[in-house]
Design a protein around this ligand. Structure first.
Ligand SMILES: NC(=O)c1ccc[n+]([C@@H]2O[C@H](COP(=O)([O-])OP(=O)(O)OC[C@H]3O[C@@H](n4cnc5c(N)ncnc54)[C@H](OP(=O)(O)O)[C@@H]3O)[C@@H](O)[C@H]2O)c1
Length: 304
């Protein structure tokens, strides 16, 4: 039976450690602070930001929620970021994406001070990460590494295959695996004969954004599978293709009319040695790593 890597438990452990660090910093008169910027009324973004602000409160991190209107301009947003960059009580700046189309997202993310870039999206942090310098790494890939390490899964010398090359997941995940001495292959939509490559993986990271894309024929028996994907299924036929006979999911689908699935087919997990479930895997780590990055930013900025 494959081992299920419990993202909920690992995230709770990391949050506990962050709370301890916050207490130690409080003795020195330091309280890490996160500014969360939520533009407009996107329902999903509101839920994400709310849980980030709530996590700050639970861990003793100061947080400030800033909610510019949906018709805000790039100039107004740049002025807001400049203000947050300058404020000493703010250690981390989080701009919830996506932004309305009239706002130049790239210009805005580039305007965040790299030292307060707790999402790890700034090119300076991407460069620092690549160069192996102290950097604020993107939260989801950092979470992938934490899951592997805290589950006692060896990375050094293993062949890690990352499917997906986005700037926020695939590329930084590959870089972090490389720095942990894995042999890394990065695959993408132009990769030829993908299954022949994924079948070589000791550690297979799926960050594609396609429901159940990794099928059993793409997995080496005993491999560790890290499923980063979060996809919502609403179609009955598609549901049956993945989850026919799964009583728990059937009940969830009947209740909500949708279920979440990762980028890995449930049958592929059965071949693995260990895997992260969806939900309850990598997704749970992202906020925990945001909290960890905020404390890290507070310490780095003060030379601690
Ligand atoms: N908190 C979390 O757990 C978290 C955070 C972020 C993202 N996610 C999830 O992770 C998944 C990936 O997110 P993302 O932002 O990295 O997505 P993305 O920017 O859309 O990137 C997807 C990557 O998958 C590759 N790809 C697409 N179709 C492929 C195919 N047929 N064969 C091989 N590669 C293919 C693309 O290749 P090309 O570059 O060639 O187009 C691209 O590099 C999504 O499901 C997202 O919801 C979860």
């Amino acid at each position: 039976m494959p081992r299920v890597l419990d993202g909920v438990a690992i995230a709770a452990e990391i949050k506990q450690e962050v709370a301890e660090e916050v207490k130690l910093l409080a003795v020195k008169g330091i309280r890490p602070g996160l500014a969360a910027v939520l533009v407009g009324n996107d329902a999903a973004s509101e839920i994400y930001v709310k849980s980030k602000v709530q996590s700050c409160a639970e861990l003793g991190i100061f947080s400030e929620l800033i909610t510019p209107p949906g018709n805000v301009t790039t100039e107004e947003m740049l002025a807001l970021v400049a203000d947050l960059n300058a404020r000493d009580e703010i250690d981390g700046i989080l701009i919830q994406l996506p932004l309305p189309t009239q706002v130049d997202t790239k210009a805005l993310l580039d305007a965040v001070s790299p030292d307060k870039d707790v999402d790890g999206f700034h090119p300076v942090n991407a460069g620092r990460l690549q160069a192996g310098r102290p950097a604020l790494a993107p939260c989801t890939p950092a979470g992938v590494i934490e899951i592997l390490k805290r589950s006692g899964i060896a990375i050094s010398g293993q062949h890690a295959v990352v499917v997906g090359r986005s700037d926020i997941v695939g590329k930084p995940a590959a870089m972090l695996l490389l720095h942990n001495d894995a042999t890394v292959t990065i695959c993408h939509s132009k990769t030829r004969d993908l299954p022949s490559i994924t079948r070589q993986a000791d550690i297979l990271v799926a960050a594609i954004g396609r429901p159940g894309f990794i099928t059993p024929d793409m997995v080496k028996p005993g491999a560790t599978i890290i499923d980063v994907g979060i996809n919502r299924i609403t179609d009955r036929a598609e549901f049956d293709r993945f989850f026919a006979g799964d009583v728990k999911r059937e009940a969830a689908f009947a209740k909500r009319g949708s279920v979440i699935i990762g980028d890995v087919h449930p049958k592929a997990f059965e071949l693995s040695g260990a895997y992260t479930p969806v939900p309850g895997g990598v997704g749970k780590l992202t906020i925990a790593m945001l909290m960890a990055n905020t404390v890290r930013a507070a310490k780095m900025r003060r030379g601690i």
